[in-house]
Design a protein around this ligand. Sequence first.
Ligand SMILES: Cc1cc2nc3c(=O)[nH]c(=O)nc-3n(C[C@H](O)[C@H](O)[C@H](O)COP(=O)(O)O)c2cc1C
Length: 335
Amino acid sequence: MENYHPKVTPWQIDEQDFPHNRDATEKLRFLVRYAILAPSSHNTQPWIFSVDGDEIRVFVDKTRWLKVADPDQRELHMSVGCALENLLIAAEHFGYGHEVNYFPDSDREELVARVKFMPQGKPSPFRGPELFDAIPVRHTNHQFYTSRPISQYYQQRLQDCCVEEDIYLYLTNDPEIKRKVDDLITRADATQFADPAFREELGYWIGQGVFGTPWLLAKLAQLAVSHVNFGKVVAKTDSEVLMSSPVLGLLSSKGNDRKTQVKVGQVFERIYLTAAALGISLQPMSQIVQIAEIRAELAKLIPVADRFPQQPFRLGYAKSETEHTPRRPLKEVLV
Ligand SMILES: Cc1cc2nc3c(=O)[nH]c(=O)nc-3n(C[C@H](O)[C@H](O)[C@H](O)COP(=O)(O)O)c2cc1C
């Protein structure tokens, strides 16, 4: 696409451009434009879509897997789940029903879902119109959050995103739990940044410009992150932003198989979008679930036993981020 600006063009999507008078394939390709606006760990965008007749096949792109930060590919599959959820929200908005078949081919583990679309579908009660409207405005907010509390009503709205069986959302403003989570974050940051392989991987993705840093700065940042242990600085910032946040959230699940990971991603994206619709900022804080021992300690903080901690995040009110993160052009993710 000419004049494609990765931080701008994909976000300027207009529902009026839905190709009502074109064939089924063109229409479904339009839905993919919403899918790619989903969040993903390190903005790796590890997804591929294939449109065929009335079906979209959603694949995980394992060349974009964070081998060090995400050794068991859990966040990889959650990220694809986020994109799948955007796809379904957009489909329902444009009047489609859908049937999702998860991991339909046991010989092809990268095929995450085959989604069949039908005209004249009924929208799901948990995919309200505000979620669709939030897709192009949602972003991760890394700023300090103000101490303004989040009302019980809004917290319940976030809880209502959690309709999948065996996936749970825990929200807390307990200062003691916040302090314990803060300790875990400090330890996780120290452990990860002491590992040259972790720094090299993070540096590589920063160098690819995934966070929207201009090219030269991105390359300089790659060099710096790869060679210097910024663990203490990162931990200090993480601690400050965490303690500034009025509410902590943790998504957990009963099991932790691939399908569960994808579904956790779907729930997480609904939470992200609902928060955006309510004017609430959100930042995932994944380091404490990326290290097994620290994740086990986090599990003990949830008041219910036998839950697998999937995604911690902080919530609050903050100034908006000034720009979006980049997205790859559609032609790179559509096969
Ligand atoms: C599974 C998952 C884990 C993430 N972990 C973190 C994290 O630990 N820290 C963070 O600041 N952002 C995290 N993010 C947010 C991504 O960095 C963000 O989605 C990506 O950079 C794209 O930016 P956007 O969300 O503003 O569109 C995570 C996102 C996902 C889906």
